[in-house]
Design a protein around this ligand. Structure first.
Ligand code: TMP
Length: 227
């Protein structure tokens, strides 16, 4: 029922731009699309987002941070994702549990196990049908994240708590993402983010359309499956 697609990557990987372009593309094909993000995506989630990303939030224990991420996610599943999937929509979600495994499990060094166990408990083990992991060159991603942080700060928005982490933190996040992709090759597809926005968009839309046809969400192409 429906189709659950998540976007993952380091800050500055271009995933939010790609998500927006894909949503427009799929909408133009007449599909019912639900777009959401984590943290955020619900009224409560936006408040959690404000708290977790604000660089004025200090001394947050990594396990508290982990719990807040899952509280946000459980609410988003209950309020947005589950009803949309139930209604047959294609759900595009900007970050999901792989982010928690990469950032809290890897970056904060809590390890994967606690994250996967909490996922079972808090999210009923809900898994995306497909995850697009945008990975650009590590140094370029880091530079982009820092630039983005300066821009949002200049716009009066403070979402810099993660972006001010050092390169070692981001290296652990990056490595954990690659570990997840290696562990779950059927679900997680790595997309090379070091190309033009349009090139990446074409690769993503071709891949997603093909998965949606296989899942029966889009009709099969004429002649497909006929030998
Ligand atoms: P973004 O939504 O603008 O990409 O940024 C959200 C930030 O929150 C980003 O630095 C990654 C971080 N994050 C976690 O650390 N754990 C999580 O589970 C999620 C969803 C996000």
């Amino acid at each position: 029922m429906g189709f659950f697609l998540t976007f993952e990557g380091l800050d500055g990987s271009g995933k939010s731009t790609q998500l927006r372009k894909l949503a427009e593309h799929l909408q133009s094909q007449g599909l019912a699309i639900t777009v959401t993000r984590q943290p955020g995506g619900t009224h409560l989630g936006d408040r959690v987002r404000g708290l977790i990303l604000d660089s004025k939030t200090e001394h947050l224990d990594p396990r508290t941070e982990l719990g807040l991420m899952f509280s946000d996610r459980a609410q988003c599943i209950a309020e947005v994702i589950a009803p949309a999937l139930h209604g047959g929509n294609v759900v595009l979600c900007d970050r999901f549990t792989d982010s928690t495994e990469a950032y809290q499990g890897g970056g904060r060094q809590l390890g994967s196990e606690i994250v996967l166990r909490m996922h079972e408990t808090m999210c009923g083990g809900l898994q995306p049908d497909l995850t697009l992991l945008l990975l650009a060159d590590f140094d370029k991603s880091l530079a982009r994240a820092r630039r983005r942080n300066n821009r949002t700060a200049a716009a009066g928005q403070d979402e810099g708590r993660f972006e001010r982490e050092d390169a070692d933190f981001y290296r652990r996040v990056y490595d954990k993402y690659r570990e997840v992709a290696g562990r779950e090759p059927n679900r997680v597809v790595i997309i090379d983010g070091d190309r033009s926005i349009e090139t990446v968009h074409r690769e993503i839309s071709d891949l997603v359309e093909s998965k949606l046809r296989t899942a029966g969400v889009l009709p099969a192409l004429p002649g497909a499956g006929v030998r």
